[in-house]
Design a protein around this ligand. Sequence first.
Ligand code: ATP
Length: 350
Amino acid sequence: MAKSYPIPQASNNPKDFVIATMGSHSALQILKGARDEGMRNLVICKKGKERPYKSYGVADEIILVDEWTDWNEALEEELMKRNAIIIPHGSFIAYLGHERVQKMRTMYYGTKEILEWESDRRLEREWLEKSQLMLPRVFEKPEDIDKPVIVKFHGAGGGFGYFVVKSPEQFYEVKRKKYPEEEDFVIQEYILGVPLYIHYFYSPITKELEIMSLDKRYESNADSIGRIRAEDQLAANIYTSYTIVGNIPIVVRESLLPELFEMGDRVVEVSKTLCGKGLFGPFCLETIVTRKLQIVVFEISARIVAGTNPFIEGSPYTQLKYDVPMSTGRRIAREIKQAIAAGRLDEVLG
Ligand code: ATP
């Protein structure tokens, strides 16, 4: 498909471009990262949600919209006039939807085609399997449940309403009570272990894969159930939910690092066989590490994740590699800056 935005290819000056993002998720970090790399930035906010971007003083320009449905031609024209490069994040894709993102004409950092692989459970699994990662077993039908499983309903946004059961009877009981109408769900083996979210960055410019940082999530009420006695948990008949509230930094046991790098390498390599430019920029493998130190991957996010937010001043890992505080947001801006200066911007746009 021909690119319809007027890439000012002639310019090798990063100051002719503006790093733009939507005001949510990891925007503070993205905006500050652009600033730290000496690039201009702008943020598009829903009216009433602009306070953090004003208060922390990280935005050069704030564009306000009433609703995300106002992300229309007129807004795109404004963005294109400024040579804006959009940095997608989780909320950006969730609020605008894949189809609208595909049609956008404004310059877009990252591969749009990979969104299809990431958002379709079957395709995502195919990608991760080809990458030789360990995945939770998937149960085709509730009757097959013979061990603890986690049931993920499609409508259960942000992990709210996932539930754990260990038999077909239990499954149907919870389903009848909570999701009588819903038929779109996946039944996965419940992996007992600790969650570990690995934040990678792959650069097609330097051809290097970096591990930027790691986190675990702070989830309600999964992280609060342990605060009451087991018998009280039973008495209160609590269903576990995984609604994310925040992120907690992790430093991983050092002997796991070689394997984590290799996992990331394989995901990038395989992605190149799936679509055009493959996966590049920030991405995250969402895993559970078992007591035998098996790393089981239950999801991939093909963009910056909010788990990178604790590392605005860099992580222990980026401190090893860089002589300035390097957040993932800043790493993105640096990549774009280097690509522009080298006349290779097209290689990092989707
Ligand atoms: P995202 O925001 O990345 O799309 P989500 O909020 O929709 O994710 P998941 O990432 O799928 O939800 O998982 C939510 C929670 O469920 C996580 O805390 C994770 O640890 C837990 N979880 C998911 N799959 C499994 C599994 N197979 N075994 C054990 N726990 C799991």
